[in-house]
Design a protein around this ligand. Structure first.
Ligand code: FE2
Length: 190
């Protein structure tokens, strides 16, 4: 229910119950908020240039995300990737700040638990190229892998998640068969 400001003005009769000013509620960051944050962060050339790069493997730096979200700056040498995983109940966003990434994702909601392997339907695969400046947000239960498939170009990206990731489920994939391999908790990556 919304109440117009006129209803609580001193010059007007005030209906019961009396309305008193309260602090604006702190709202959880939305997918759009996270996407806005990762875009603005990716445009910070000094910050992007500050990430140490390692030709042998991914590098990362934790950032302060908006509204208590979890955020990361990640460097990807050619040929590296995350493997298939999901993000539990968190929503998120990421954007490529340098180089080019590819995202493979599944347009399907996976069961929460009680399974070890699943056979995927043949129409659930999605793929998108994310050259520098391109990003996306995603909703809860998003399943994907992110890769730098280029031969010789390091990539850098900015990621944000809300709520901070409570867990990540990791999967292996053989054709249509998805297998649950591991459940990671924050202590595994922080
Ligand atoms: Fe992810």
């Amino acid at each position: 229910m919304s109440v117009s400001s006129a209803a609580v003005s001193a010059s007007q009769p005030v209906a019961s119950p009396v309305l008193t000013p309260t602090a604006a509620p702190v709202s959880a960051p939305t997918q759009a908020d996270l996407l806005d944050f990762v875009r603005r962060t990716a445009a910070d050339a000094d910050l992007i240039a500050s990430l140490p790069l390692d030709p042998e493997g991914r590098t990362w730096v934790r950032l302060e995300g908006p509204g208590g979200s979890e955020a990361w700056l990640i460097g990807w040498p050619p040929g590296t990737g995350t493997g298939w995983h999901d993000h539990a109940e968190s929503v998120g966003a990421f954007v490529t700040a340098a180089g080019e990434l590819k995202e493979n994702s599944l347009a399907v909601r996976l069961p929460a638990d009680g399974w070890k392997t699943l056979e995927l339907a043949d129409d659930v695969d999605r793929a998108r190229r994310l050259p520098s400046g391109k990003g996306r947000s995603f909703g809860r239960h998003h399943v994907h892998e992110v890769l730098n498939e280029t031969a010789d170009q390091h990539a850098i990206s900015v990621h944000a998640y809300y709520p901070p990731l409570p867990q990540i489920r990791r999967f292996s994939r053989s054709g249509p068969i998805l297998r649950l391999e591991q459940v990671e908790r924050p202590e595994d990556w922080q």
